[in-house]
Structure formats: C-alpha cells, structure tokens
Design a protein around this ligand. Structure first.
Ligand SMILES: Nc1ncnc2c1ncn2[C@@H]1O[C@H](COP(=O)(O)OP(=O)(O)OP(=O)(O)O)[C@@H](O)[C@H]1O
Length: 251
C-alpha cells in the first residue's frame, strides 16, 4: 500500500487553477522530490498534503486512509511531520531546550535525556547543545528544525526547500541526514530547487508544471528528459545557478 496518494487533486484560487488533477503516489520507504519551475504549484500541493489548504476536488490517502478533510494536527497525529522553510525554533532557548520542548511529552523522563543526546549527535549539534538557538548559523537552525520535525519519528516527513540558503557543504550534510532517516524507514517528500540535493537523495522525482504532473521517474530519467529541461529555460533561480549549468536540472 502506498504511504501517500493524491487522487485527481484540484485546487483553484478564484479563476486560477493552481493544482490540476494531480495524481501523486509515494511508496512507503522512498525519498521523493517535487521539483518544477517557479509558480508550478509545488508549495500549494505541499500545503494540500499537509491540510493547510483544502482541495477544490479530489482525495488524499495516507497509509490507505482518506485524510482529505482532516486538519493539519490530525494528520500530524497520524504520523506526518513537516519542516517549513522558515525555522519555527525558539531563538531565546538553547538547542537542547528546543528539543526538550518537542519531545518531553512523548518520552518517559528517564529516557528523554538519552533520546535528545542521540538526536543532537545525528544533527551534528552535540557541541552546540547549550548555545541559544538564535545564535546558530543558518544551516544549523535548519538542522535543529529538522530535528524537531523528526523527533517524534514520523512515518512521513515533508520538507519544504530544506537546503534553501545553505552552502554546498551544508546541503550535502543535509542530504546525508535525509538518507540516514530514510535508511531507518522514514518516507520523505521534499520540495527542492537544488538539483545537487535532489540527485543525492531522491529515488523518485515528480516534476510539476502549470499545476500538472509534467513528468515522473528516477532522477536519471528526469535529467535526461529534454521536455523537462525545456520548461526550465530562462527560469533558473539563484540556487540552481549556483550548482547547475544554465537551463535547468542537468547532471
Ligand atoms: N493563496 C493563494 N491565492 C491565490 N493564488 C495563489 C495562492 N497560493 C498560490 N497561488 C498562485 O498559485 C501559483 C502556484 O504557486 P505555488 O507557490 O504553489 O508555486 P511553487 O511551485 O511553489 O513556486 P515557487 O517555486 O516559486 O515557490 C502561483 O501563480 C501563485 O501566485
């Protein structure tokens, strides 16, 4: 059974058809990246999956159950977790305190300290545990946010441009974290512009264009697809320019 399925999903904002009959399937255990030119509808689809928007029509199944009309907190309770682009960390608290807040109601007090230690090590933040979260570097803040999102061991992790603003080294380290989470059984859906990251982590890639699924396949199939390259022409973002030859998601 797929972990997540959208079936004929549509979202209209007034006259604008932003999500157009999208069928997306995530198999359990895969890392799936959602790419597409600016304005393709990636964020909207992401918010539909999370329940921040309700679809105009169509259905969303999570673990085979219809969650189309559930609220975000109900989806989170069923094992979905999200890391948004803007970190929702508590800047005036230490790194450790941030993780304590995320985890304290979910682990017995005797086990909490050790769980936090394990997560800090995973996030490469052990040496920074006592620092105020607000004093971390941009990349470290993103990792702390990822830590808070995965601290409850979700079945499905949603990542919204997890490497935005990161250096290539930080991007690579983030990719390694995603791969380790996936190796532990977590299914991941990431909206991402950075093709180096997509190449590093994705087992499946879906390309959105004008609200529709334009192409779907392995990273090699997507990179080799000339129609996909064509829709990116003239649309490179600063991020893509930093890692890619002009024109789009080439190897
Ligand atoms: N709440 C809204 N009301 C009206 N139009 C919206 C709303 N949200 C998104 N749109 C429009 O839907 C289209 C797709 O936007 P969306 O943000 O989903 O694309 P995207 O692929 O995530 O783009 P980007 O890569 O630039 O973040 C855009 O034309 C946008 O203006």
């Amino acid at each position: 059974m797929p972990m997540l399925q959208t079936i004929g999903l549509n979202k209209r904002f007034g006259g604008l058809h932003v999500t157009n009959n999208v069928d997306l399937t995530l198999q359990a255990g895969e890392v799936h990246c959602l790419i597409g030119p600016n304005g393709a509808g990636k964020s909207t689809l992401f918010r539909l999956i999370l329940g921040e928007h309700l679809p105009s029509s169509g259905a969303i199944l999570f673990g085979g159950e219809d969650i189309t009309s559930l609220k975000p907190f109900q989806r989170i309770r069923r094992g979905m977790s999200v890391k948004f682009q803007v970190p929702g960390i508590f800047k005036a608290l230490s790194v450790r305190q941030n993780l304590e807040i995320a985890m304290q109601h979910h682990y017995p007090p005797a086990a909490l300290g050790e769980e936090i230690d394990k997560l800090l090590a995973f996030l490469n933040l052990t040496a920074d545990a006592k620092r105020l979260a607000g004093n971390l570097s941009h990349g470290q803040k993103q990792w702390l946010e990822i830590g808070m999102a995965v601290s409850l061991k979700p079945r499905l992790l949603l990542l919204d441009e997890p490497t935005a603003g990161m250096s290539p080294e930080e991007t690579h380290a983030t990719g390694e974290m995603v791969k380790r989470l996936n190796a532990q059984g977590m299914t991941v859906l990431a909206v991402e512009h950075d093709m180096a990251f997509v190449r590093q982590v994705a087992q499946q890639v879906t390309v959105l264009h004008l609200g529709k699924v334009f192409a779907q396949g392995s990273i090699d199939e997507i990179v080799a697809n000339e129609d996909v390259a064509a829709i990116y022409l003239g649309q490179t973002t600063a991020h893509e320019t930093a890692h890619e030859p002009a024109g789009g998601p080439h190897a």
